[in-house]
Design a protein around this ligand. Sequence first.
Ligand code: SAH
Length: 373
Amino acid sequence: MQLEQHLKNLILHSAPINMAEFMRIALAYPDYGYYKSKEPFGVKGDFTTAPEISQMFGELIGIWCADVWQKIGGASGVELVEIGPGRGTLMADLLRATRAVPGFHDAISISMVETSDRLIKVQNEKLQGMYPRIKWYKNLSEVPDKPVIIVNNELFDALPVRQYVKKADKWYEKMLGLNKAGGLEFVIARSEYEAERRGNQALKINEYGLQRVACNEGIKEGAILENCQDAIILMQEISARIKKHGGAALIVDYGYNKPEYKDTIIAISNHKHVGLLENIGYADISAHVDFSLLKQVASDMGLQSFGAIGQGDFLRNMGIEFRAASLSKNATEKQKQDIESAKARLIGNGDMQMGELFKVLAVVGDNLAPAGF
Ligand code: SAH
């Protein structure tokens, strides 16, 4: 309720806000934003992420990281970075799975990049005693500038996107405004591209958005273009680090390989879809990730990328079948069933499964051929 009132005041005293501003406030506003206040993950939370489904996910990503480390020379002074680590489960499984890789743990330091103070605490407790050199940062820019191996799962989908709607061959921005009764309501800006109301505070549509707006052909009336400025900035920063010192990044998320020109912003509460304006601050809000954009940014920064391929293919290539079989060896019947159903959820192609909807993209430094693609 506090956030709804805050949004109303903000709009009343200035002007409608764009979808990215709305997402940013709903997710990250001090005290009342979703990631600041709520425990989103797991059966009791709002959604279940891959590392929370099975230890196999983090373990196989650990193997991927150790392989990159060997391929960039196996030297010390490498920074292993996770951005948006949630409950810290992926990192815990990654560390456990790579203990036996000779020299790997001694060669790395770990940086966790997390914006939520509450989740930093949760991660800290989870990793207590597992590894001597872990530090937390709020922003990737603060992480020591060294060769890097960067991983993230379900981070990019949380970054706020702006939306533009096509009407009579022009694009107008979708905004959150107020109706006559003073309630929140989505509206379409009156002028093209921008509701130019806060002078230069409002960002103009960026270069990548303009390229997508320009390829007008075959895009229907009412189509929606989504554009994520934060994704561009983060990808530029990840790429710049890899370009400068070498290394690789693995990005796992749900999204598409070609812009789909439709509205993908959704709110989820208690494992169900809810309206975007329902219970603001208590539902998770996310948008599909435009992998073609991430690849284009990496390539503009002079890097090579692999994928995005389905999470199912990636995990199969990384050996999930073998891992599941070896975990099952000494398991009870019930445990065997759990391992099978977790595996099916991670790699299956059905509607409720993650194998195809979720995708994996690797961005790499010079001549590095990453495992899994
Ligand atoms: N990777 C975890 C959590 C995914 S939820 C998992 O798979 O379970 C998204 C995570 O990203 C949360 O930890 C959230 O607090 C964090 N986050 C959101 N925006 C961020 C940003 N700009 N920088 C760093 N972390 C961010």
